[in-house]
Design a protein around this ligand. Sequence first.
Ligand code: EPZ
Length: 417
Amino acid sequence: MDRLLIRGGRPLEGSVRVSGAKNAALPIMCAALLTDQALELSNVPKLMDVRTMAKLLSQMGVEAGPLIDGRTSLRAAAAQNPEAPYELVKTMRASVLVLGPLLARCGRAKVSLPGGCAIGQRPVDQHIKGLQAMGARITVEHGYMIAAAERLRGAHIVMDLVTVTGTENLMMAAALAEGTTLLENAAREPEVIDLARCLTAMGARIEGAGTGTIRIEGVPSLAGAEHAVMPDRIETGTFLAAVAAAGGKVRLTGAAPETLEATLEKLREAGARIAVSGDVIEIEMAGRPQAASLRTEPYPGFATDMQAQLMALDTIASGTGVITETIFENRFMHALELQRLGADITIQGNTAVVKGVERLQGASVMATDLRASASLVIAGLIAQGETVIERIYHLDRGYEALEEKFGALGAKIERVK
Ligand code: EPZ
């Protein structure tokens, strides 16, 4: 298993380009199932999850071209094998995003229940409820969702809670349904908007993506299209949080600053100077950050995927930060690892109280999930001495060449086999 060795205590200086968004690329790759023509994608990040999704789609009969310089082409001439097996789904929950498109395109699907993961139980009841409202018959047998529908019908669906992939699954299914679908209490994340943009380019009729009410008018078929995946707002926020913690001056290019306003505001509160111009974000930080308190919320609130990174910053900030996680029931595992580095964190239910200490001390720690590993990288960058992070395959799922990018900013960070 690969490990990361980090020697902390250096400021970050230089410029780095942000990659395409993992959480936009994954649903957009599934949209290829909705047409028999080619979907040409660009700005696709080179990630393990993208490779896993390409493998899953290929097993269904989708021709998935190589990923070269962020470009790839997907063509589902016929989705002969509408199945998502457990051995793939258990490694990537986003596999559930093939369910809606398979039902819409070929009228049947057999998709393994994703099962839980480190951060929570992760049910998919809203995906199932919405598809049933559109006329799908779905039973759960031996850990698989068995779904069938001659032709999906438009429906008025009020989601019981805000779910990002639930909204995306239903939006894709509705694109080819008979009649109009109204999705209420829909997720407003930028990745939902990016998927809607891609579907619209394919000929879908969608209004209101990015608001809580999305209206989709079904069409008989969709065509191929070209689409550039939006920049990754969580990768962007991760780099910004690292500079706010470690100090220095960094320029991020190829970013979408308007998609991470809550994070920018929080980092300014912590004392970072952040300037935005077009797709460039410049951050400068000198001295010790102020502790930031936050509460994760669905977009446009503070992103749960940025919670672990801000906790790492708070460990060495002056003052006390109070962090409340409202989206997932078990998303504080990084706190236990940060404590090994000397952090003073008290967990009370879904709230963590982080008292800033002068310095963290390098130690061996273990990554437990994707964003937790990012928080450990930030902690390693600010700890005294050497930090070794085990199980960094979690990191490789969602960050493209992270150690190269941080290395280019002057960090002493090395991957060892
Ligand atoms: C997406 O996951 C992201 N993944 C997650 O990013 C992100 O943390 C999450 O949205 C919240 O923003 C992708 O987009 C591929 P949800 P998703 O459905 O869609 C509950 C990362 O690090 N829920 O919005 O699975 C659920 O348990 C990953 O890149 C139900 O109860 O999240 C959770 O508590 C981690 N029933 C809450 O809703 C359902 O049917 C929000 O989950 C669906 C969800």
